[in-house]
Design a protein around this ligand. Structure first.
Ligand code: UT7
Length: 326
């Protein structure tokens, strides 16, 4: 029996011009290039310019994705934008992106699942496309985490960066064989609010009426990360019959190289299949997966027919996986 699948037509990304190196950070807070590199794998991150908002990053990434897909913005009828750093409390940054693309039909909304945002947004768009509600979707992860960092807290300010990535999805009829269909094959989303206080922002419209700063018990997050990530990937394997050997590319959320290495090792995914950009981008939260994906597509690693595995874990806690045939 045939199946409607959300097939990826193209991807695009945008990084702000300004690069902030570990050495520059070491001049501001009590840290060192050696500590940051050894503990996280991060060497540099991009920082948005004054006046450069999350929507601007999202529009640039969306335009690049539309150009890569070779389609007109007017054919998009759904925009799901994952961010924890919206331009304003409301309206959604997604409507600023929609307007920036000259689209005024269909629906556009934000989705907030912190670092898991892209996987949650991909799953949301996939469900809308498979239901027949929409035909073509832009799924965007866009962040300006530099705006919510406490630049005096060495435990967090060295970890994050700004950027945006996007994919264009189209509802297409496929043969209905999970072993060969193109598109999103399965998604798995999880949350557990008992862990809210381990990674959060200490402000908000309803509580303090301030924007607040990111706070994290890094060691606590680290302790849970690998188990949660591998659990939800096993769910994807069980749902599809895929195995670690069948995965062509593992494109994880880029928070910490040690977490990525440990997850890949536990799942028996070969190191050469792991796409790593945390060294150049830092942790860009919801933007990290589409940013890494675009690097691997542009340099020719990800090719049509490849089986690509995404995973993410972040504040909430939230975590999720998605298996996509390119
Ligand atoms: O994307 C959402 C999910 N977020 C994550 O996945 C982040 C998960 N956590 C991590 O990646 C790691 O826990 C960190 C990179 C944040 C920290 O690495 P760690 O190996 O867990 O270090 P730690 O927090 O246990 O700190 C070790 C030491 C401490 O000093 P003492 O108490 O041993 O004297 C810290 O004060 O390192 C110190 N430290 C630093 N030293 C130099 C913490 N931050 C820094 C720093 N530079 N930037």
């Amino acid at each position: 029996m045939t199946a409607i699948r959300s097939v990826v037509l193209g991807c695009g990304s945008y990084l702000p011009q300004k690069v902030l190196t570990n050495a520059e950070l070491a001049a501001r807070v009590d840290t060192s290039d050696e500590w940051i590199t050894q503990r996280t794998g991060i060497r540099q991150r991009h920082i948005a310019a004054d006046g450069e908002f999350t929507s601007h990053l999202g529009i640039a990434a969306a335009k690049a994705a539309l150009a890569d897909a070779g389609i007109d913005a007017q054919s998009i009828d759904l925009i799901v934008l994952a961010t924890s750093t919206p331009d304003n409390t409301f309206p959604a940054t997604a409507v600023a992106v929609q307007n920036g693309l000259g689209i005024n039909h269909g629906a556009a909304f934000d989705l907030q699942a912190v670092c898991s945002g892209f996987v949650f947004a991909l799953a949301t768009a996939d469900n809308f496309l498979r239901s027949g509600a929409f035909k073509r979707a832009l799924v965007i992860g866009a962040e300006t985490f530099s705006r919510i960092l406490d630049w005096n807290d060495r435990g967090t300010c060295v970890l994050f960066g700004d950027g945006a990535g996007a994919v264009v999805l189209e509802a297409q009829e496929q043969p209905g064989n999970v072993a060969s269909d193109r598109g999103v094959l399965t998604t798995h989303l999880r949350s557990d609010g008992r862990h809210q206080s381990k990674l959060y922002v200490d402000g908000g419209p309803s509580s303090t009426q301030t924007v607040g700063h990111l706070r994290m018990e890094g060691r606590e997050v680290f302790k849970h990360a690998v188990g949660m990530i591998t659990d939800v990937i096993v769910d994807a394997f069980n749902a599809t019959g895929a195995t670690a050997d069948a995965i062509d590319w593992f494109i994880p959320h880029q928070a910490n190289k040690r977490i990525i290495d440990a997850s890949a090792h536990k799942l028996h995914i070969a190191p050469q299949k792991v796409v790593l950009t945390v060294d150049r981008h830092g942790n860009t939260s919801a933007a990290s997966i589409p940013l890494a994906l675009c690097v691997a597509v542009r340099d020719g690693r990800v090719k049509k027919g490849d089986l690509v595995l995404f995973e993410a874990m972040g504040g909430g806690f939230t975590w999720g996986s998605a298996l996509v045939r390119w």
